[in-house]
Ligand binder design. Structure first.
Ligand code: 2AM
Length: 171
């Protein structure tokens, strides 16, 4: 069994561009723990535990998705109280992201995985175990999104690592 999720796939450069925002989030809440740079992502659907047959079915279904690349403007820092995380998020959710998320959620549900969240809330978790009251508007980080991926969440040498198992292009 493996712990899986679908996510937008950021490039190395895009992950680097998120660093100043992470530093700003940590300055708001110094006791929070930074997410490792190469783990920065934006979840589309959290799957949970899946076996290798389910993993192959998810990959086959996701490879049928036909969805365009899009730009995403991440423009505010805020916090979820449960779990306590500081995140960067878009005020405007592009239609292409909503459509992609619906398609990914539908294929996961068709494989028997339930959505554990009441409402999809796109965000990039920058730091954990921290809280902040309110929303801070920041200069937008505009990213071109041209890939999503099926990720595995696993412990590697004592630290949590999100490993892309299969990448899918947005055209
Ligand atoms: P993330 O913050 O690293 O993306 C399981 O609940 C995981 O789904 C969380 O660890 C969180 O991971 C993500 N998540 C939590 N609430 C969510 C929401 N409303 N919409 C989308 N992803 C969410």
């Amino acid at each position: 069994m493996a712990r899986l999720f679908f996510s937008l796939k950021f490039s190395d450069r895009q992950q680097q561009q998120l660093l100043p925002y992470q530093q700003q989030a940590l300055s708001l809440c110094p006791q929070a723990t930074a997410v490792a740079l190469d783990n920065l992502h934006l979840t589309l659907f959290f799957i949970g535990e899946a076996d290798s047959r389910q993993q192959q079915q998810l990959i086959a279904a996701a490879s049928q998705i036909n969805s365009p690349a899009f730009t995403l403007a991440l423009d505010h820092l805020a916090c979820f109280a449960k779990p306590k995380i500081l995140y960067l998020a878009p005020s405007q959710i592009p239609t292409a992201l909503t459509d992609l998320q619906r398609q990914v959620a539908a294929l996961c549900k068709a494989e028997g995985f339930n959505d554990i969240h009441d409402k999809y809330r796109p965000h990039v978790t920058l730091a954990r175990h921290g809280s902040y009251d309110g929303t801070l508007t920041v200069p937008p980080l505009t990213l071109t999104i041209s890939e999503f991926a099926l990720y595995q969440s696993a412990q590697c040498d004592g630290s949590l690592r999100y490993k892309p198992l299969q990448r899918f292009s947005l055209l």
